[in-house]
Write a protein that binds this ligand. Structure first.
Ligand code: AMP
Ligand code: SF4
Length: 477
């Protein structure tokens, strides 16, 4: 069921002669959402009608795109995608945007962020009735459902396809002269609307709009089906069954960039609040606060400001290696922590240190960091985590591993502290997380901490650490 996991970023531009260049720059800003592969497809006109131009590659946006490639990608409509996947495989056919062409529907270009929870079931049904899939990506299910639809227009076909899928999707679709932007009814993954001059821009995060000097118009709403055409006002429909809002809380904790705005607040501010609340929940006698860069930094600033304990850069990150989580094999991941971070002895020696990270997933990073801090002479290490214990896997597009590999699903907070070798360990409570995210109008998915999935994925499984809707995730020597 959890066969396809995608962490992705999407970008769409309509109404600019330099659409491919703008998409390319936007993908640079969204690179943190996926480093395995990227692609841009543009829609242009020639004598025969619409023509698609495409470039897809493995690796970073900066690895392959160049001036020649971008100038070949002509057209005023373009869609781009950055992708990181584990299962589903690193096949070239899986690189998005995916393209579906037929004489009846013309050409349809899709870029998807999220994970469809019923993709495998639909795929089996479609294959049984003769559909031939060319990739293992769940997104291809959408194009096959479009192809099968008996509705009259591409717009209606797209809606009817999406009415059949479940799970999380933020989708950008280019069809003929139209750009569609759609969010699933829960609003699990982010998607924003912008304008640059007269051109429409759609992107996973607002930081992509900033980079191209586009104006932030608004966030696309959960369940919204947005139709964008050149020179026209946006047209909005809500064709899906209404669901309770469930924006992924892991976006502000870890995944999104701190300079993006989500639910009306900068992610940086939300992360800082997580640190402030962590300080309230677990006051600690210490000499110095140290962040595990990068996502731990705003939390550590919040913790330091709330307690008055000075913040120091005790761990320095080498920015020329990718995220360690990104390498799929455990052996490389182990090695990767040292490749990425180094401790400064002068800051840590003889000190009582509060060290802050955004999350503990498998526990590889935190174990190695505690060891690194000890080797640098830290006298006491108080590990603080800006999110509650992760006890359940994600089915909606964030690559958390199987429950068997989730440390907090396997052992108690006390045992985790022991394994880490920390003097104390405190995780943000569920209530603290809600308070940090506090936006009265916004519902959040917190299923990886609670097991309460927005959809009926599986019954919540009781977890090891006692669930306390107050500061209950604490252990000390
Ligand atoms: P681990 O060593 O598995 O406990 O990894 C925890 C570290 O990975 C934390 O420092 C997070 O910043 C980072 N992290 C958490 N979730 C993800 C994710 N879905 N993708 C990549 N990195 C992540
Ligand atoms: Fe986000 Fe966790 Fe919900 Fe997945 S299960 S969408 S990571 S909050």
């Amino acid at each position: 069921m959890n066969g396809f996991k995608d962490e992705c970023g999407v970008m769409g531009v309509l109404g600019d002669n330099e659409a491919s260049h703008l998409v390319y720059l936007g993908l640079y800003a969204l690179q943190h959402r996926g480093q395995e592969a990227c692609g841009i497809v543009t829609v242009d006109d020639d004598k025969q009608g619409k023509v698609l131009r495409s470039h897809k590659q493995f690796g970073l946006v900066s690895d392959g795109f160049n001036k020649d490639i971008l100038s070949r990608l002509t057209g005023r409509l373009g869609v781009g995608h950055v992708r990181y996947s584990t299962t589903g495989g690193n096949l070239v056919q899986n690189i998005q945007p995916i393209v579906y062409q037929s004489s009846e529907n013309g050409s349809i270009v899709l870029a998807h962020n999220g994970n469809l929870t019923n993709a495998e079931t639909i795929r089996k049904e479609l294959e049984a009735s003769g559909s031939i899939f060319t990739s293992t990506s769940d997104t291809e299910v959408i194009s096959h459902l479009i192809a099968k639809s008996k509705k009259a227009t591409v717009k209606e076909k797209l809606i009817s396809a999406l009415q059949q899928v479940k799970g999380g999707y933020s989708l950008v679709v280019a069809a003929e002269e139209t750009l569609y932007a759609v969010r699933d009814p829960y609003g699990l993954r982010p998607l924003v609307l912008g304008k640059k001059g007269n051109a429409w821009i759609v992107a996973s995060e607002s930081c992509a709009l900033d980079l191209i000097d586009a104006r932030f118009v608004r966030e696309i709403k959960p369940g919204e089906f947005l139709i964008l055409k050149e020179g026209q006002e946006e047209a909005s429909e809500f064709p899906f069954e209404k669901k309770p809002e469930a924006f992924c809380s892991f976006e502000p904790i870890y995944f999104s960039r701190p300079d993006s705005t989500q639910n009306g607040s900068a992610v940086y501010i939300q992360r800082k609040r997580m640190g402030e609340i962590l300080a309230k929940e677990y006051p600690t006698q210490a000499d110095v606060v140290v962040a595990i860069p990068d996502s731990g930094v705003p939390m550590a600033i919040g913790y330091s400001q709330a307690t008055g304990i000075p913040l120091e850069l005790g761990l320095i990150r080498n920015h020329y290696v990718g995220r360690t989580f990104i390498e799929p094999s455990q052996a490389i991941r182990d090695f990767g922590v040292k490749l990425k971070l180094n401790a400064i002895e002068g800051v840590l020696k003889g000190k009582r240190v509060v060290v802050i990270d955004d999350s503990i997933v498998r526990g590889t990073t935190s174990t190695k960091i505690v060891r690194m801090l000890r080797e640098a002479g830290a006298k006491e290490i108080h590990f603080r985590v800006g999110s509650p214990p992760i006890t359940h896997s994600c089915f909606y597009g964030v690559d958390t591993p199987d429950r068997k590999k989730l440390l907090a699903a396997q052992i108690t907070v006390d045992k985790i502290r022991d394994l880490l070798g920390a003097d104390s360990l405190g995780y943000l409570s569920n209530a603290g997380l809600k308070e940090a995210l506090s936006d009265k109008s916004q519902g959040y998915c917190m299923a990886c901490f609670t097991g309460n999935y927005p959809e009926d994925i599986c019954a919540p499984i009781s977890k090891q650490p006692t669930d306390a809707d107050g500061p209950g995730y604490f252990a000390s020597k």
